[in-house]
Design a protein around this ligand. Structure first.
Ligand code: VAH
Length: 313
């Protein structure tokens, strides 16, 4: 059975529904510090879990005979800058609990998300390679870089089967964004439909690597189902689908909503975005376990607008 920690979050909630569709509702236990949306709560077992509570996690793993854990709980870049030590505690101690449970053979396989936030201002900005200089300047990026080092250490030292992806900004319409710097690319769609205008908190030419949620979920399932021998990178894989700027995204939205207007008012998140790559080279994921994306900017824009226009289920 599978346990998802952080199942009420932006990725966690859609990942849970996908895994339940694949493996059966009763075989996928959702958990989070707070309950999730209706679809999540009505589709299978749910447990309230604080991701830093070792005893509680061990109890739930025992109760449901869990064999795989997807650790999706984390504090994202913008929020983490406001409460650094709390972010470090959540992002790191939750990972140590799960890696040590895998080391002690209490679980067999772990998924842990990293992020393009592991890269910093000294990293090559365009087509950022899988292996390169990484000097992250955000609490979130530091925690993800450290987490990658620990994942690789537990794999090499204790043969722990942990798999990881450096998610780019992830865009979805079914869930609200969770305190990230790439959240503008979600908010813009809501505002475009509601008010016909949006004030971007990132400057117009801020290019960031992005991906539609369905592609992120697909990559997560694909790497977890890949034969262990194909998962050659045990820190975390570069992953991407596209890159765009707020200006390019607004132009794409205007093709569907000609009246839409965008304005720019950069805030503290501009510095975070400036420290990240503009685009990512994810060829190693494509070579090792057959990663390929489906959604480009046009398909993402159409899907987001259609999804948001539909009455809430
Ligand atoms: C954030 N959405 O903005 C996350 C992600 C690359 C961005 O890590 O913090």
């Amino acid at each position: 059975r599978i346990l998802i920690i952080g199942a009420s979050g932006q990725i966690g909630s859609e990942l849970t529904l996908k895994l339940r569709a694949l493996y059966g509702n009763e075989n996928v236990i959702a958990s989070d510090i707070k309950e999730g949306d209706e679809d999540l709560m009505n589709s299978g077992p749910f447990e309230i879990i604080d991701a830093t509570n070792k005893e509680l996690i061990e109890e739930v793993v025992e109760k449901y005979q869990i064999t795989e854990v997807y650790l999706m709980a984390a504090m994202l870049s913008a929020t983490a800058e406001k409460i650094p030590m709390k972010a470090w505690d959540l992002n790191m101690n939750s990972l140590f609990i799960i890696l040590n449970m895998a080391k002690d053979k209490k679980i067999n396989r772990v998924f842990w998300p990293s992020s393009i936030a592991v890269f910093g201002p000294s990293t090559p900005k365009e087509n950022t390679p899988q292996t390169t200089v990484m000097e992250p300047t955000t609490v979130y990026g530091i925690s993800k870089q450290t987490g990658e080092r620990w994942c690789e250490y537990f794999f090499q030292k204790y043969d722990v089967d942990v798999r990881s992806l450096r998610y780019p900004g992830i865009i979805s319409y079914k869930t609200l964004p969770g305190g990230g710097t790439t959240d503008y690319a979600i908010e813009i769609f809501h505002e475009a439909l509601r008010k016909g205008l949006y004030t971007s908190f990132l400057a117009e030419n801020t290019s960031l690597p992005m991906m539609f949620m369905d592609d992120a979920i697909k990559a997560t399932v694909d790497i977890m189902e890949a034969p262990a021998k194909d998962v050659k990178v045990r820190s975390s894989y570069n992953l991407s689908a596209m890159s765009f700027t707020p200006k390019e995204l607004a132009a794409e939205i205007k093709k569907q909503l000609p009246e839409f207007e965008i304005s720019y008012k950069p805030d503290f998140r501009q510095q975070i975005a400036n420290s990240w790559p503009g685009s990512i080279d994810d060829k190693q994921a494509r070579e090792d376990w057959g990663w390929e994306h489906e959604f480009d900017l046009e398909k993402l824009t159409k899907t987001m607008l259609e999804g948001l226009k539909k009455p809430v289920s």
